[in-house]
Design a protein around this ligand. Sequence first.
Ligand code: ZN
Length: 253
Amino acid sequence: MAMGSLLKRAGLAFGRWNAAHLARRPYRMRAGRPIVSFTFDDFPRSAWTAGGPILARHGARATYYTALGLAGGDGVSGPHFTPEDLRALAAAGHEVGCHTHAHCPAWETPAEKFEASVARNAEQFGSFLPGTRLRSLSYPVSPPRAATKLRMGKRFACCRGGGQTYNAGLIDLNCLRGFFLEQTRGDARPLAAAIAASAAEDGWLILVTHDISPRPSRHGVTPCFLEHALNLAQASGAVVLPVAAAWDRIAAR
Ligand SMILES: [Zn+2]
C-alpha cells in the first residue's frame, strides 16, 4: 500500500476516534419504544422520485439531508435533486436536513469553513423553502472534527455520522450513529440484525442511503431493498420517524 493511502487511512481512523469520543453532547435516551429513521444524503433525485412512493406506501416520512450546492447537478449516484423536488417532499411532510452547502468532507474541512458552508446552506434555504428551519445535520463523507461537533451542536437539535450501528442508552447528539444500507451490499442479514438489536433496547436506528435505483450506484440500494428495510422496521414494533421528529419524541419523555 502506498504511503499516502496508509496515512489517509490512519487519519480517518483517528477521525473516527475523535468523532466518537470528543466534543460529545451526551443524552440519556429512554424512548419507551424503538425508533427507526430513514435518511438520504446529498441527495440524488431518485431518493425522492423512486424512494418517495415507497415511503408513502408505508405511511413513512424520511429525512433528506440536502447540500444546496449540489442542486440540479450530476453526481456518481445520478442526477441530484431540483428545487421542485425539495418543495414537493417538504409538502409531503418529509424533513429537510442540512448536509452543508458545498458537501464539505467533515474530517478534511476546518471547522470554521464547515460552519460557513452550513450558514450558506441555511441562508439559501430562505429562497428555496421560505420559513423552513433545518433542524438536523448529517456530516458529509467522513467523521467530524471535535471543533466541528461543538459548533454544530449549537446550531442543530442533533447531528448524524456513521458507525453502522444504532443509538441507545447514553447517546451523543453531536454525532448520532448511522447505518448505511449500501454497506450491506444487498445482504439483508446485517440490517435485520441491527433492527432487532435496536428494538430489543428501545434504541434509535438511523438508516442512511443515497440513490434508489434498480441498478444503484455503490452509494445506493434497490427499491426492493428499501422496501424490505421498511417492512423489517415496521414489523420490529418500531415507530418510523424523520430525525428531528424522533428527537422531539425522545426529548418529550
Ligand atoms: Zn454526502
